[in-house]
Design a protein around this ligand. Structure first.
Ligand code: TYM
Length: 342
């Protein structure tokens, strides 16, 4: 096994990858391969907990893979794969279910929000964080880079590791949550986190005209009604996004010119849009190239799943042996009994 610490992270294929994903995690995922052994997973099984159409799901798995690679995640230097291609994720989920109190799952904020929004709550929605714990712990991961919204689920993963270790013997490290700059990017409405389900996102592979159509709708400082009202950039989400796309000097200039009403909100959005479009141009180009070569993308995912499966099998053989399930556990116990008998 490699000496480097392990990283695991995942993303749901529930829509187009957006700037929240890109700024919150993709950039960090791309860098972390320098220092860690990284497993990055497209969690399609998690996405089945909400209503979906089959063709959309498979297309989104493909598109998300493209977006991840185009964002700089090098599949040669990490293990990039699809969750359902490694069946041990669901196997471990079942075994973790038996050490997870239902009350803990019912207390999850995301469960409360998602279950309140549907008429009939499926069991998958409740057990969602157990599958997430299985994702991470299957690879004995030390670190999990995520946005702020995942903190509570990560806390539950640590509880699962602790409970399982206490009952069946030390095996799983308690994974540490890594958040950093961009860990809660706000959406176009200026209020909620940027999220596919809130329909307030800027997709990273949007064409320039599509990007402008979206950026121009972004909510700005609500107190600034007319162009010659002085603005307050510190309560404006458009200005907050400049932090990621505009260098310090130009940002200070925008800040002053907004406060003195020298530029209006549309000017500020135009500058932001131009910088986003320019900086994401290589991502768009790489995405177009990969989309035109689906065979390459499938090969990458197959190789990733093979590597992930080999690791997953290693962990599952210890888990099954300790829990007394599976063929090997039965065979080895009977061999021991036979050896002990006179
Ligand atoms: P998901 O698919 O909602 O989001 C993927 C990652 O992007 C981060 N993110 C954001 N970061 C900053 N600002 C935002 N507006 C924003 N929106 C999303 C998320 O925090 C996340 O890191 N349950 C997870 C997927 C998952 C997972 C895992 C993650 C399944 N198994 C194991 C880590 C480890 C989810 O729904 O992420």
């Amino acid at each position: 096994m490699s000496e480097r610490k392990r990283v695991f992270s995942g993303i749901q294929p529930t829509g187009e990858a957006h700037l929240g994903n890109y700024l919150g995690v993709f950039r960090r995922w791309a860098q972390m391969v320098d220092d860690y052994e990284c497993f990055y997973c497209i969690v399609d099984l998690h996405a089945t907990t909400r209503e979906y159409e089959r063709p959309d799901l498979v297309r989104r798995v493909f598109d998300l893979t493209v977006s991840l690679i185009a964002s700089g995640i090098d599949p040669e230097r990490c293990t990039l794969f699809v969750q359902s291609h490694v069946p041990q994720h669901t196997e471990l989920t079942w075994l973790f279910n038996v050490v997870t109190p239902v009350g803990d799952l019912q207390r999850m904020t995301q469960y409360k929000e998602k279950s309140a929004a549907v008429d009939s709550v499926n069991a998958g929605l409740l057990n969602y964080p157990v599958l997430q714990a299985a994702d991470i712990l299957l690879y004995l991961a030390d670190f999990v880079p995520v946005g702020e919204d995942q903190r509570q689920h990560l806390e539950l993963s640590r509880d699962v590791a602790r409970k399982w270790n206490a009952r069946f013997g030390e095996l799983f490290p308690e994974p540490e949550t890594l958040t950093g700059s961009g860990s809660r990017v706000i959406g176009l409405d200026g209020v909620a986190k940027m999220s596919k389900s809130m329909d307030n996102t800027l997709p990273i592979v949007a064409e320039p005209d599509e990007m402008w159509k979206l950026v121009r709708t972004a909510v700005t400082d609500p107190a600034r009604v007319r162009k010659n009202d002085p603005g307050n950039p510190h309560v404006c989400n458009v200005f907050a996004l400049h932090e990621f796309f505009t260098d310090d000097g130009r940002r200070e200039d925008i800040e002053i010119r907004c406060q003195t009403a020298e530029i209006g909100c549309v000017d500020c959005k135009r500058l932001l849009n131009d910088n986003i479009v320019e900086q994401l141009a290589p991502v768009r180009e790489k995405a177009a190239e990969l989309t035109a070569n689906p065979g390459t993308v499938l090969e990458i995912l197959d190789a990733g799943a093979d590597r992930a499966r080999a690791e997953a099998e290693r962990t599952m053989s210890v888990v099954c042996e300790r829990m007394g399930v599976g063929r090997e556990a039965l065979h080895s116990s009977l061999r021991e009994l036979a050896g002990a008998s006179p």
